[in-house]
Design a protein around this ligand. Structure first.
Ligand code: KDG
Length: 315
């Protein structure tokens, strides 16, 4: 069995070749997306084993995603196919600055039908870390329960849970429901990975230490707040804390997927027993690398590429 387990919704993404509206842009390149899938690619390229669970439609998108999972050596043995629902997709615009706009085609998708029974049926033996993102909780009531079931099962077998709130307001009915659900998941997780802007929405503050304290007071053990180009701030329940500076990206092309790359860096660092600040530095490096390409995961590095990148910016 793999040391890491995750689940969520993978999608096919179509990325605009140039800025403009859909009617203005004729050409799109095809890619693969999904926060937990990006994360799985990140950790397996760094030499770790990961199992990924999802539901795919029996359609060309589903077949493409499944092939990709196999090619990346992610254990997707338990992935289920359904005739009833389609695999989701999304459109991503090209911007010259800031975050691109995204348009989802995923309502009632195959993955939104993941249910707690699916999670109960998973063999988690040998798993040391379960990674969950807030996107999955937003997909349906069943998906939300599935995330909680997964966190509970992880703790029963002594595995740790890492949680990235990954706010996607478009997927939620209301901000109130979103905040409550994401915080509840975070309180049931060991390692919480909010961004600074997410902290303002979820914890009511954009002071990194206060965001960390908010989660630590409610049961989380380690909180790592992503600060964008300024790196990341961490605090543990034992009071250890610090800010780890960010790496300079070669260029900034597309910021989508940076949080997943960051999570892959941190989680692999923790599994390798790196000191926390080094695990966070690895997360920062992974985030800086991925934003220099247009895809959500294509540029995720192998170990050697990562170490060369980190070595070039010795601090
Ligand atoms: O974190 C990156 C993801 O946002 C992207 O790959 C697509 O999963 C996705 C989503 O729901 O936005």
């Amino acid at each position: 069995m793999s040391e890491i387990f995750t689940m969520g919704e993978p999608m096919v993404v179509f990325i605009a070749e140039k800025p403009g509206t859909f009617s203005e842009v004729e050409n799109y390149s095809r890619g693969l997306a999904g926060a937990e899938l990006n994360f799985s690619i990140g950790v397996t390229r760094l030499g770790h084993t990961a199992s990924y669970f999802t539901k795919l439609g029996k359609d060309p998108y589903g077949a493409y995603i499944h092939e990709f999972i196999e090619k990346e050596k992610i254990d997707g043995e338990k992935v289920l196919f359904t005739e009833e629902y389609l695999t989701g997709s999304y459109l991503k615009t090209k911007v010259l600055e800031g975050d691109p706009a995204v348009y989802y085609f995923r309502k009632n998708s195959a993955a939104s039908h993941i249910c707690p029974e699916d999670i109960e049926a998973q063999d988690l033996s040998g798993v040391k870390m379960v990674h969950i993102t807030g996107i999955t909780s937003a997909l349906s009531e069943d998906c939300r329960k599935s995330c909680m079931t997964l966190a509970k099962r992880a703790h029963e077998i002594g595995a740790m849970v890492s949680f990235d709130p990954n706010i996607r307001e478009k997927l939620w009915k209301s901000r109130e429901e979103m905040v409550q659900t994401l915080n509840d998941m975070a309180f049931h997780s060991d390692v919480v990975l909010p961004g600074i802007k997410e902290g303002r929405i979820l914890a009511g503050t954009d002071v990194p230490e206060k965001i960390a304290d908010f989660y630590l007071e409610h049961g989380s053990k380690t909180v790592i707040v992503k600060l964008g180009e300024n790196g990341a701030y961490y605090k543990t329940k034992d009071g250890a804390q610090g800010t780890v500076p960010g790496y300079k990206p070669e260029k900034i092309v597309d910021t989508v997927g940076a949080g997943d790359a960051f999570a892959a860096g941190v989680v692999t660092g923790l599994l390798e027993n790196l000191p926390l600040d080094e695990a966070v530095a690895r997360g920062n490096a992974m985030g800086a690398i991925i934003i220099s390409s247009k895809g959500d995961n294509d540029n995720l590095p192998d170990r050697e590429t990562l170490f060369v990148f980190q070595g070039k910016q010795k601090r």
